[in-house]
Design a protein around this ligand. Sequence first.
Ligand SMILES: C[S@@+](CC[C@H](N)C(=O)[O-])C[C@H]1O[C@@H](n2cnc3c(N)ncnc32)[C@H](O)[C@@H]1O
Length: 488
Amino acid sequence: MNAWDPNPDLDAAATLGDALRAVGYTTEAIEELLGDDGPSADLADSVVLERRLPRSALATTIRLLLLQRPVAASDAAAALGHDGVEALLRIGLVTADGLELVPRARLVQAEGVYLAFDGFSRGQDDPPGWVSSFTPTAYWLASLTPRRRVERALDIGTGNGAHALLAAAHAEHVIATDVNARALAFTQISAALNGIDNVETRLGSLFEPVAGETFDLITCNAPYVISPERRWQYRDGGLPGDQLSERVVREAAPHLAEGGHASVLVSWLAESEDDPDERVHDWLEGNGCDAWVLGLSGADPLDHAAGWNDHFTGDPDTMGEALDEWTAYFDALDAGWITEGAVLMRKRDADHHLVRADPVDEEELEFASDQIERVFAALALIAEEGASAILAARLTLAEEVRFDQELDRHGDVQEIRIVLDEGTCPDLELELETAEVLTTLDGDRTLDQAIERTARRFDLGKRDASELRHDTVQAVRELFEQGFFELA
Ligand SMILES: C[S@@+](CC[C@H](N)C(=O)[O-])C[C@H]1O[C@@H](n2cnc3c(N)ncnc32)[C@H](O)[C@@H]1O
């Protein structure tokens, strides 16, 4: 048995999971020994970091499974026990070479679950079915998935299985699909490592393995990179332009149960940066969902090509050829701008739906589950009852909201911003009186009553009061739709 086997030894994986927990192989333990960047070490870092490790059972485990360095079999047995070493060999995560164990894959904890995947990337030498670690885009998707309890969840293009395993904690049953059988083998190994028994794997493209089925949660970190190549399964979806992303977005909606939620990472083209999201709006048209489109990263064709060809950085001629090929491809598509981002959809049985689009700073993205719930509650209310419903709504500020004030040298407030320290971390500059209204929202009085109260407090005339009402309603709609408020 090995990690390339479509039927890996799952009993061995369960035994290995026990050994890893016993030795304390966790993200926090790695950070303690190697610093905050330790868990995301790359091949170049690994040689340096190996030399920072002490001699201990935990360090041996880190050397072998995180840094992918050979270790003495006797050290591995001291760290993981004979059963642990036997399990590593039976799963095929290591091979024995004389007195040493040589890693053939890597295994780390991400977001609290153990994940097994291929060894460090060797750039252009990686095989087409190479299975990656928990990448920055995997972090985007994990952050942008609501974590309420559901019956049935689906993760399309599961790779190492990260999103299926995270969903397994709050879903009764999870189906994980991929076109890459090696990815599904890694997913099964990872599930067994964590003692997770409610994840089912199915081989096949996009929604084909789940035809006719519906789900309460769909996640997909699609192979969305728009490119003229078909080099890697995890990167190149194999359809022209942004068609793979279009299929993921269009086909997700009919697979959602009523109230079901989809979070998919995709990519879309535009003629220019000025109107980047037009195509996504078309894809969402009439699909029975409210939607929140989040642009996480945008680039012109040359920057996009450079970013996705950085494995050629040490070879300027080949890099130049790749850039020319890629930019010619975008010219032919008439595309001047490429956005990578998330499309969040919530199925709602109603006549009117709302789609909202926001750019997000990927560096600031944090766990967004609660914010997403509030955003979709707001979109549903406004879609159903119109923007005027905001005045009658009883709102409270979400727990993670704060106000930032800038004072001038006399101590007077010069600027006031409202900030949500959660999820997409949006902020907005407010008029002083509007900020005052917001601080009086207590879930008992309506927004209308709160505005009147503030107008009286500031002794505003009719015209100023009506201006306050107008400004406040505009600001509150913007904030409401970005998840600043709980709806009482
Ligand atoms: C960007 S990777 C994401 C992997 C993993 N879900 C994550 O977030 O780290 C895309 C995954 O989709 C898979 N894939 C590629 N084409 C696919 C298709 N047509 N249908 C389903 N999965 C596909 C790849 O094999 C790869 O595992």
